[in-house]
Design a protein around this ligand. Structure first.
Ligand SMILES: [Fe+2]
Length: 345
């Protein structure tokens, strides 16, 4: 590839004249913004172990009252992007959040979409637009863009969950903001009951829901059962994986980030092709090795890692006897909308 002219090749008076007019020559930076064959990736493979993170998170419970934090979160930042950017990948924010018994994280709504993967504890709930979603380990709860949400806790032990947001992207788009609100009145229990049976959806008087997010809570007990059922029913299937979708139309359950649950059968080794989207893996149950480029991470219960795009990823269940269950997040829905999503063989 031809070497292009450098900025310092230009006379200083010319560079000054350009800068005074807010003009920039393209060619010295052209290769940086359009590198050959593969993007310049800042996302590094990185892992956060729950055993290391958990005591630090619990300590914030003593150091910072909820009123001084609103959301008591330790953000899992990828050093490739700079810790101050609070990004796990270019589009994904990850944070581990703690709510202690009796605490309340007040109502607000914001433009970024959020999803919660519950890690530990019982008795907490998230109220989303008046709908009370209980938080049990492994549940996925959506708080989509513009929907009021707050967290409460009537249990007796700390509750911890993983927040997954498209905040970096929405912030980059200069579209990120929040509105504070009053405590919501809970007017319904989770509507997930209406959507728990695959293949049928509520249609009162022949009218289907037009809601963008008709289902807000995906209980782990159901998803786990569905994974085991799929593995039993189709033993020859390539990968035992289920996507979290809008049950009304089958679309991804959120517009920017995509979520799925993956079961690795005992001893299974699964090779995922290189895809353009970076990925987050979070271990719900069991243990697995995640291999990407020169990195290999052992994930045990509630450990989380992220891997950059454009590289194949190997997943191995380290147990010969028990299945391993992973929660997976990526930005494939966003990339598909842009037309830049690709799978490389
Ligand atoms: Fe929020």
């Amino acid at each position: 590839m031809l070497e292009l002219g450098r900025l310092e090749d230009l006379p200083e008076d010319y560079r000054t004249a350009l800068a005074e007019q807010n003009l920039v020559p393209l060619w010295p930076s052209l290769r940086a913004v359009l590198p050959p064959r593969k993007p310049a990736l800042r996302t590094r493979p990185i892992r956060w172990t729950y055993a290391s993170l958990r005591p630090l998170l619990l300590r914030t419970g003593q150091l910072t009252p909820i009123e001084r934090a609103e959301r008591r979160v330790l953000v899992m930042a990828n050093p490739g992007h700079g810790l101050e950017k609070m990004q796990a990948t270019s589009t994904i924010y990850l944070g581990m959040q703690l709510l202690l018994p009796g605490e309340w994280a007040p109502a607000h709504k914001h433009t970024p979409n959020a999803a919660r993967m519950i890690v530990e504890g019982n008795g907490a709930y998230t109220t989303v637009n008046g709908e009370k979603c209980s938080m049990e380990r492994g549940d996925l709860i959506l708080t989509p863009t513009g929907q009021w949400h707050e967290h409460g806790h009537s249990g007796s032990q700390p509750v911890i969950w993983l927040d997954v947001l498209d905040l970096p992207l929405v912030y980059y788009a200069e579209a990120s903001y929040v509105i504070e609100g009053q405590a919501q009145r809970t007017d319904s229990e989770a509507t997930e009951q209406a959507y728990l049976r695959g293949g049928v959806v509520p249609a009162p008087r022949f009218i289907r829901s037009a809601a963008h997010h008709p289902m807000l809570r995906y209980p782990w007990s159901e998803v786990r059962q569905a994974l085991l059922g799929l593995a039993r029913a189709q033993p020859e299937i390539d990968a035992v994986q289920l996507a979290y979708v809008n049950p009304e139309n089958g679309d991804d359950c959120q517009k920017i980030l995509g979520f799925s649950a993956l079961m690795l059968r005992p001893g299974e080794h699964l090779q995922l092709p290189a895809r353009s989207s970076a990925m987050v893996f979070h271990q719900i149950e069991g243990a697995a090795d995640v291999t990407v480029e020169d990195s290999r991470f052992r994930l045990a219960g509630a450990d989380t890692c992220c891997v950059p795009g454009y590289a194949p990823v190997g997943l191995r269940n380290t147990s010969a006897d028990n299945p391993a269950f992973l929660f997976v997040a990526d930005d494939a829905p966003f990339q598909k909308k842009l037309g830049v999503y690709e799978v490389r063989s």
